[in-house]
Design a binder for this molecule. Sequence first.
Ligand SMILES: [Zn+2]
Length: 433
Amino acid sequence: MNYVQKLSGHELAPTKAMMRGAATILCVLGIVGALTMGEGISLQGTARGKRIVIAASEALDGKGGVLHDTRIVIEAGKIVAIDAKAGPVDYDLRRLTVLPGWIDAHVHITWSFGPDGKNAGQGGTTPEATYAAASNAYATLMAGFTTVQSVGSPADIPLRDAIARGELAGPRILTAAETINGRGPETGTPEEIRAFVRKQKAAGADVIKIYASGGMRSGTMTLSQEQLNAACDEAKKLGLRTLVHAFRDAVRAATIAGCTEIEHGLGASDEDLKLMAERGTYLDPQAGLLLETYLQYKDRYLAAPYYTEEGFAAMKDLIPAHQDFIKRALKIPGLKIVYGTDAVAGAHGRNAEDFIHRVRDSGVDPMSAMVSANSLGAEALGMSDQIGSITPGLQADIIALDGDPVKDITAVRRVVFVMKGGVVYKNDAPGSR
Ligand SMILES: [Zn+2]
């Protein structure tokens, strides 16, 4: 059985020695990160448990509600009170729109362009690839994403851990480590698949990523119902969620298997989507950023066997197909649609662009778009008690936009304030200290 084959560009299994190398480089990067963070960064803030008060004239609570003229009190990295009378104010974010830090359910944080400018995929653990991954993490955080789920590289693990230790500026990362790449019977017996899931758990995976079908054009199933059942059942037994790359028939099969979330989903019928809604299976579709990125950087991506001229020609038609798919999904009562961009090389730091596609091109209500990346995104990660809304007891992941995304969705491009776990990483807010 070989799970580590090259498939869909999601390849590479670094050796232990390579991973140690990456960890060493990230330690060095930690120092560089601290030096380049600049003003407004106070890593000591959380360590000392300092009390911080934010003044907001308009704050989206992450659950679809709006708080007016209030103050958010933070202690030891957590929100401890919403109290209009609290003071003194440390950060005056009035005139801006305050909301919880966004959650991107699907990124490939290590994917970068290599030194030759070409797509390096997940890039391995060379110094260039490692710095690029750290840069991607920084860009993602600066864009207002305080938590991401990165699905498809064991190289995520040392990056996740360096960020968690506060040595690098980046979003909170949940990772899948190695992925189950469906290849029909060759993928393995159900027992072998269960063993592979256990191996990922032992390696530190937060979630299991499964490729149950081919790419968006062919989309044929690459795992049997039995294989999918084994993967998602074993993960569940271990307390892990499962994310399944699925098009067409694989959507129904993954839903029946009890998997947590369907990635992409194009080609699913209304009946499939209704079954997802019934079972509480989350849907994570993409509205435009991914294909737009591929087309924008076509010269950098063009390479056999996955990125061909033929494939690029088909992408243009796939953009409206994705938009129509989301429009159709919106009509399914109770279907839980989360926000995941599938950010690859060239898309990191532009994660918010998919909000614009969703609202402008797919008819998603702007407040629902925000909630999909806040409380609903947190629920899909099983982290509602930690992130995703402005609620006492939760992590102080707070961002501010110059503009109101409910009135003008392009405001998502103007992130001027970023706090994660009570630490301010960006503060371009006028009138703030
Ligand atoms: Zn992906």
